[in-house]
Design a protein around this ligand. Structure first.
Ligand code: F6P
Length: 546
C-alpha cells in the first residue's frame, strides 16, 4: 500500500459518513427497518453472528468493504494461506492455518511441503496421549500419570489454559490438569500442594526454550520431582514442546520426549500445534482433532467467502469503525458461559500482542489508532462488576456477547436465566432508557413528584451502545475451534487494515532486558545507574528483604 490508510479515499469517505451518522440512534434504525436483524445476521453452521445492534447502515458496510479493497485484503489472505513470509520483521511465514489444514492440501515454506511434518507431529501426539491416557506410558514407579502440569507462559500457557477449562466436560474422568505460568514461586507451590510426584506429568512448553519464567519454573518442578523420585524419574515425568531441540536437551529432557513445532507458528497462535499437548491429554486426540476441524471450517469460510458475508471480516471492520472513527478504544468480550470464562484472557494476548503496534509495514510511525484494549469476563458475573460503567459511564465499549444455546449442565432454569441475561444486556445497551421514561416509571411506582425529579436522571440510560451477539450451539471442541479461529482472523484483518505486522511482539523485549539487569542488583552483585525512582525502589526492597 502506498498511502497510509487514513489518507485513502475509502477512509475519507468513512470519515465524512461518520460525521453525518455519528448521532444516529440504533433504536430508530430498528424502527425504520423491520428486516434489520436478518440483514445483519450471518452464520457458519451453528455459529451465528448478529451484528444488527451496531451504529451502521448499508452505506457504512459498503464503505468499510471499500477499505478491504484499498488494502488488497483478498490477496493478503491468499498470501498467508500460501505460506508467504508475511511476518516481515522476522522474515517468517504465518501458518497456524496449516496446523489445522484438515483437507491436507500441500503448503510450502521455502519450497518444502510442511504438511508431512505437521501430520507427523499430530501422529506423535496421538500415540503419546493415548499411551498416557490408557496407562501404557507410566510414571517411574509404575503408576498411571493422571496429573498433567503445563509449564509455560503467554502463548505457551493461555491456549491450553483456556481450552482445557472450556472443554472440561470432555476430560478423561481420572485426569486433572494444572498450569504454572507466573514466575511467582507460589504458582509452583500451589500445584505441589495438589499433586503427587508419582502420578504427575510435567509438560514444559516454550517455543524458544529460553523464557526465564518457564525455565525457572521447570527447574523448580524438576528439583521437586528429583527430590521425591530420583534423577532417572525425569525421563518418565517430563516432556517438552518446543522449536529448540538443543535447549530442550540441555535442560535434560530426552528429545524423543520432545514435541516439535515451527517458527511459522506464533506463540499466541499455537494451541493447534503440539502446544496443545495438555489439551489433547485431557480431552483425547479425537476431540482435539474436532477442535482442529472446527478451526479449519472457519479458515475455509474466511478464505473463500465474499467479505460482506465473512464473519471475521465483518467483526474486524466493525472494530475499525469504532476504534478509528468513533474513538472507542476498548473492546469487551463477554462469554455467557462459565467454561469460557478464560476466553477474554486468551483473546487479550491474541489481540493486544498482535495489534498493539505503532510502526507500519513501511517502517513509519503511525498516526492513527491501532489495536484496542481488550478485556472481559463471564456473564452474568461481570454484570455485577464492570457493567455499571458500560451502561452509564462516559466511555462507550463495544461488546461481543457470546451465547451458547445449549449448556452442558441444563439444571432447572439456570441456562434460560443465563441466556435471558445475555439478550437483555444487548437490548438494554442498545435501547437505553430516556429521562422521560425513567420519570414515568418512577411515577408509576408511586414516587412523589419531588422524588421523581431527584431520581429520574440517575435512573436513565443513554443507550445506543453497540454489541455483537455470537450464538453458538454448545461449547464443544468443534465450536471452540471455530470461535478461536474466528477471532484470529478478525485480528489478522485489522492488522492488514492498519498496515502493521500482527505477528511479532518486540514490545515485550525492553522490560525483559531491564529485568535481567535489575536482578543482579537485587541480589547484591552489581550496581547500575537508574532513574532516581527505580534506584530508590531497589534500595527500599533490599532493605525490607534483609
Ligand atoms: O512475552 C512474549 C512471548 O514471546 C509471547 O509471545 C510468547 O507466547 C511467550 O512470550 C512465551 O514464549 P516461549 O513460548 O518462547 O516461552
Amino acid at each position: 500500500m502506498n498511502k497510509p490508510i487514513n489518507k485513502t479515499h475509502a477512509w475519507k469517505k468513512l470519515a465524512s459518513h461518520y460525521r453525518w451518522h455519528k448521532n444516529d440512534e440504533m433504536k430508530d434504525l430498528f424502527a425504520k427497518d423491520k428486516t434489520r436483524s436478518s440483514k445483519y445476521t450471518i452464520n457458519l453452521g451453528n455459529l451465528y453472528l448478529d451484528y444488527s445492534k451496531n451504529k451502521i447502515n448499508e452505506k457504512t458496510i459498503r464503505y468499510l468493504l471499500d477499505l478491504t479493497k484499498e488494502v488488497k485484503l483478498k490477496e493478503k489472505i491468499e498470501a498467508m494461506f500460501s505460506g508467504a513470509k508475511i511476518n516481515q520483521t522476522e522474515n517468517r511465514s504465518v501458518l497456524h492455518v496449516a496446523l489445522r489444514n484438515r483437507s491436507n492440501t500441500p503448503i510450502y515454506v521455502d519450497g518444502q511441503d510442511i504438511m508431512p511434518d505437521i501430520n507427523g507431529v499430530l501422529n506423535k501426539i496421538k500415540k503419546f496421549t493415548e499411551a498416557v491416557r490408557f496407562g501404557d506410558f507410566r510414571g517411574a514407579t509404575g503408576k498411571k500419570l493422571t496429573n498433567i502440569v503445563n509449564i509455560g507462559i503467554g502463548g505457551s500457557d493461555l491456549g491450553p489454559f483456556m481450552a482445557t477449562a472450556a472443554l472440561k466436560e470432555y476430560w478423561a474422568k481420572d485426569m486433572k490438569c494444572y498450569f504454572i505460568s507466573n514466575i511467582d514461586g507460589s504458582a509452583c507451590e500451589d500445584v505441589f500442594a495438589e499433586v503427587d510426584p508419582e502420578t504427575t506429568l510435567f509438560v514444559v512448553v516454550s517455543k524458544t526454550f529460553t523464557t526465564i519464567e518457564t525455565l525457572t519454573n521447570a527447574h523448580t518442578c524438576r528439583k521437586w520431582l528429583v527430590d521425591a523420585l530420583g534423577e532417572p524419574a525425569v525421563a518418565k515425568h517430563f516432556v517438552a514442546v518446543s522449536t529448540n531441540a538443543e535447549e530442550v536437551s540441555k535442560f535434560g529432557i530426552n528429545t524423543d520426549n520432545m514435541f516439535e513445532f515451527w517458527n511459522f507458528v506464533g506463540g499466541r497462535y499455537s494451541m493447534w500445534s503440539a502446544v496443545g499437548l495438555s489439551i489433547a491429554l485431557m480431552i483425547g486426540m479425537d476431540n482435539f482433532e474436532k477442535m482442529l476441524d472446527g478451526a479449519h471450517e472457519m479458515d475455509m469460510h474466511f478464505k473463500n467467502t465474499d467479505f460482506e458475508h465473512n464473519i471475521p471480516v465483518i467483526l474486524a471492520l466493525l472494530g475499525v469503525w469504532y476504534n478509528n472513527f468513533f474513538g472507542y478504544r476498548e473492546q469487551g468480550i463477554i462469554p455467557y458461559d462459565q467454561d469460557l470464562r478464560f476466553l477474554p484472557k486468551y483473546l487479550q494476548q491474541l489481540d493486544m500482542e498482535s495489534n498493539g503496534k505503532s510502526v507500519d509495514l513501511n517502517n513509519n510511525f503511525i498516526k492513527y489508532e491501532t489495536g484496542p484494549i481488550l478485556f472481559g469476563g463471564a456473564g452474568t458475573d461481570v454484570q455485577h462488576s464492570f457493567f455499571q460503567l458500560l451502561h452509564q459511564g462516559t466511555k462507550i465499549v463495544p461488546l461481543d456477547l457470546i451465547v451458547p444455546a445449549i449448556s452442558h449442565n441444563e439444571i432447572g432454569e439456570h441456562h434460560e436465566i443465563l441466556i435471558a441475561n445475555a439478550l437483555a444486556q444487548g437490548e438494554a445497551l442498545m435501547r437505553g432508557k430516556t429521562v422521560k421514561e425513567a420519570a414515568e416509571e418512577l411515577t408509576k411506582a408511586g414516587k412523589s413528584k419531588e422524588e421523581v425529579n431527584r431520581l429520574k436522571k440517575y435512573k436513565s440510560f443513554a443507550g445506543n451502545r453497540p454489541t455483537n451477539t455470537i450464538i453458538i450451539r454448545k461449547v464443544d471442541p468443534y465450536m471452540l475451534g471455530m470461535l478461536v479461529a474466528m477471532y484470529e482472523h478478525k485480528v489478522f484483518v485489522q492488522g492488514i487494515i492498519w498496515n502493521i505486522n500482527s505477528f511479532d511482539q518486540m514490545g515485550v523485549e525492553l522490560g525483559k532486558q531491564m529485568a535481567l539487569s535489575i536482578l543482579p542488583e537485587l541480589q547484591g552483585h552489581a550496581h547500575i545507574e537508574h532513574d532516581s525512582s527505580t534506584g530508590n525502589l531497589i534500595a527500599i526492597i533490599k532493605k525490607i528483604r534483609k
